[in-house]
Design a protein around this ligand. Structure first.
Ligand SMILES: C[S@@+](CC[C@H](N)C(=O)[O-])C[C@H]1O[C@@H](n2cnc3c(N)ncnc32)[C@H](O)[C@@H]1O
Length: 250
């Protein structure tokens, strides 16, 4: 993914925080299972849909672009203007109660959103895993707190984030929240390398939220926080079950 191709999209009209495309790029590069033209991707909490657009452009896949705060109509107009209206479909649903067919998606991607709705143990197993196809992958990137400070989150981050400080968790805490399941064959949780560059792309924008964050960059954001990446792979279907079924005429 060449970030230069998206330079014109990195504006206050489309970014809603640190550069979501840098985060997406890093996750796609670490993804062990490349997404392809015949994939179906759910972009969960897509905001203005910039990552949905990039996912479609980079992989050729169809994308369902789901968001809560931004309406489907608004995102549909953007996708049409960006020339991907036939492949990126807006959806307006609450991530707490998604209505898709089971095993629909080759990938569920969520950038700078998952911490709003998924910070409870069991959420992934109950609300995300059923919608992934066997062999599918979840790619999440969220702002978090560095591990060495995760026992002081509220104290350190409240001056910047107020009541939302609790949403910032460390690698260790996200590992625990994601938990385990026989269908989760691999769970990787790590700090993203693009942290500082993604923030710098945001802090230079003429936007009241970016200016608000800029006031806390040196004192709080840079020393105490990070971006946490999560990659979870769902177990493939056993080929033996398919062979047994076809041999038994089931
Ligand atoms: C900081 S914005 C990030 C948007 C986009 N992914 C990006 O990186 O630019 C967080 C997004 O999470 C979405 N969100 C928060 N809670 C949600 C929920 N319960 N269901 C679906 N989306 C949710 C919001 O609608 C919002 O657009």
């Amino acid at each position: 993914m060449n970030l230069e191709c998206y330079r014109h999209f990195l504006t206050k009209d489309y970014l809603m925080g640190p550069n979501s495309l840098r985060i997406l790029k890093e996750l796609l590069e670490r993804n062990p299972k490349p997404l392809k033209e015949d994939s179906l991707i759910l972009d969960l909490g897509c905001g203005t849909g910039l990552t949905s657009f990039a996912l479609c452009r980079e992989t050729g896949a169809k994308v369902l672009a789901n968001d809560l705060w931004i309406s489907g109509e608004e995102n549909a107009a953007r996708f049409a203007a960006w020339g991907v209206g036939d492949k990126v479909t807006p959806v307006h649903e609450n991530a707490d109660n998604l209505n898709f067919a089971r095993e629909s998606f080759d990938a569920v991607v969520s950038i700078d959103s998952y911490h709003y709705f998924a910070g409870k143990e069991g959420y992934f197993q109950e609300k995300i895993l059923p919608f992934l196809k066997p062999g599918g992958v979840a790619l999440f990137g969220v702002p978090g707190i560095r591990e060495e400070y995760d026992n002081k989150t509220i104290e350190l981050l409240t001056p910047w984030l107020g009541e939302q400080a609790y949403m910032f968790r460390s690698v260790r805490q996200w590992k625990k929240i994601l938990g385990e399941d026989p269908d989760m064959v691999s769970v990787e949780v790590f700090e993203l390398d693009c942290f500082e560059a993604a923030w710098q792309d945001w802090l230079v924008l003429e936007n009241k939220f970016a200016r608000g964050d800029a006031a806390f960059w040196e004192q709080i954001i840079k020393p105490y926080t990070s971006f946490v990446g999560m990659i979870v792979r769902k177990k493939r279907k056993s080929v033996w079950i398919d062979i047994l079924k076809s041999n038994s005429g089931c």
